[in-house]
Design a protein. Structure first.
Length: 192
């Protein structure tokens, strides 16, 4: 593990955030399966990183209840209801940050608010990020989130560029409840 990652995990520890390191996405998926009980319900945000892990399918196959707002054939209202339940009622919420500052802050941008709600309020939140999302400080993290990740998400989601996508901004600096928030840093590039 690189010294800057070790330092970041120590910063999080002082702030009641449990930091974990996995060398690759396969190890990260196994770590999630280890952390999340088989009986737990799961909510998650739209995330290229979470998709790249293939974890939702694996968790569902082992019998966990999934609040999946991306099911084919459901209405917009059904999708919104599942996003809300996943963010507020699930036992675990999975997401990725848009950027992670080496000074400890996590930056999230959200269009509908389910991601910011889930990360800040879920019973248990687990954030998975590739090392490509690391920045030197909070200013650089905001810059990365707005100038790098947002345009790629506009393109990925075929979002009208005249319509603001990032309606909510959340910065996590610390956590009041020990062990509620976990961050898994993955030693490879994931998401954007």
């Amino acid at each position: 593990m690189e010294p800057k990652i070790d330092s970041l995990i120590k910063i999080w520890h002082k702030r009641n955030i449990k930091g974990l390191y996995c060398a690759n996405k396969d190890d990260a998926a196994l770590k999630l399966l280890e952390i999340i009980p088989q009986a737990a319900s799961i909510g998650f945000s739209g995330s290229v990183t979470i998709d790249q892990l293939g974890i939702i399918k694996r968790i569902e196959e082992r019998g966990n209840k999934i609040f999946n707002p991306y099911l084919a054939g459901i209405s917009r209202d059904e999708s919104l209801a599942l996003r809300k339940k996943g963010a507020l009622d699930a036992d675990y919420y999975l997401a990725s940050a848009n950027a992670v500052a080496e000074t400890g802050e996590l930056v999230f941008l959200s269009a509908l608010g389910n991601r910011t709600a889930g990360v800040s309020y879920a019973k248990n939140a687990i954030i998975v990020c590739g090392v490509n999302k690391l920045t030197a400080n909070l200013d650089d993290a905001f810059k990365r989130a707005r100038e790098y990740a947002t345009p790629l998400n506009y393109k990925r989601l075929n979002w009208n560029p005249d319509k603001i996508m990032c309606c909510q901004v959340l910065v996590i600096e610390a956590e009041v409840t020990p062990d509620r928030l976990k961050v898994i840093l993955v030693g490879e590039s994931l998401g954007f």
